[in-house]
Design a protein around this ligand. Structure first.
Ligand code: OOG
Ligand code: MG
Length: 257
């Protein structure tokens, strides 16, 4: 089994929006560390001057998300500039079986690294916080995978939408901030920031520790998605998705063919 060959298979599937069998079916001995290597190789292959590496995402940081996909461990993925929606419109034609979930995104002004950082080290490095919707789209059939598979598939990353408004990290208590997700006017999910590891800041701490094992860091200028506050909702063309974050504002996504 060659990791670079598996990375090519994953990259192809991500690029063409075609589903694939779980890598662990033909490679049952694949480890989580090797899956992170596949993730790195497949994403690096897509990087160009126009498609830049812009940050990280944490996934499976809330119980709701872990239960939905049956994987009980936090994971991370890589974000590139192609993933960012510059308008609140999502074309689903190029996706397989997209889902959307409400999140927060942190933008960093300073580098953060190390195995021993705590929340007190994170706050001074944060420039601002955005409301965010993440569109995930597992490349695996039936949105079904093991921990190893989902890591190799870049934690199902597809698209991200950030709020126009940026907030000071000290604007509110992000653990108490509440979000309600509506699909075509119908309430689907509700949760608070504390669903993410008791406080979204802990998601950043975990990420820094995890990437530190590979000698990597959050660099100045990067964004980090902290993980879904609620589980994800399946979406289709003509849907209107609205995340209502109370006094923080609303985020709307129009889904088209
Ligand atoms: C894995 C990605 C998880 C999150 O926020 O928990 C994720 C998946 O659910 O397919 O993005
Ligand atoms: Mg997510």
């Amino acid at each position: 089994m060659k990791l670079d060959q598996l990375a090519k298979r994953v990259a192809e599937s991500q690029k063409n929006g075609c589903e694939m069998d779980k890598l662990t079916i033909s490679n049952p001995e694949l480890t989580v560390n090797q899956a992170y290597e596949i993730q790195k190789l497949s994403i690096n292959e897509t990087l160009t001057d126009d498609n830049r590496f812009i940050g990280w995402k944490m996934g499976l940081t809330s119980k709701a998300k872990q239960q939905q996909v049956g994987v009980e461990e936090a994971i991370y993925g890589r974000l590139t500039s192609d993933m960012e929606l510059t308008k609140p419109v999502l074309k689903v034609g190029e996706l397989i079986h997209p889902r959307v979930e409400p999140e927060f995104a942190f933008l960093f002004k300073d580098e953060l690294k190390g195995a021993n950082i705590t929340a007190k080290d994170v706050w001074p490095a944060v420039e601002c916080v955005f409301l965010a919707l993440e569109v995930i789209d597992s490349r695996y059939k039936n949105f079904s995978f093991t921990l190893t598979d989902v890591v190799a598939d870049n934690a199902s990353s597809a698209k991200i939408l950030l709020s126009n408004q940026a907030y000071s990290p000290y604007h509110t208590d992000w653990a108490q901030a509440e979000v309600t997700l509506y699909q075509n006017g119908e309430m689907q999910k509700r949760g608070r920031g504390e669903a993410v590891l008791d406080h979204p800041i802990h998601s950043i701490v975990e990420l820094v520790k995890m990437i530190n094992r590979e000698g990597l860091s959050i660099q100045a200028g990067m964004i980090v998605l902290v993980g879904g506050i609620t589980d994800a909702v399946s979406i289709q063309a003509s849907d209107e998705i609205m995340a209502d974050y109370g006094e923080l504002g609303k985020l709307t996504l129009h889904v088209i063919e």
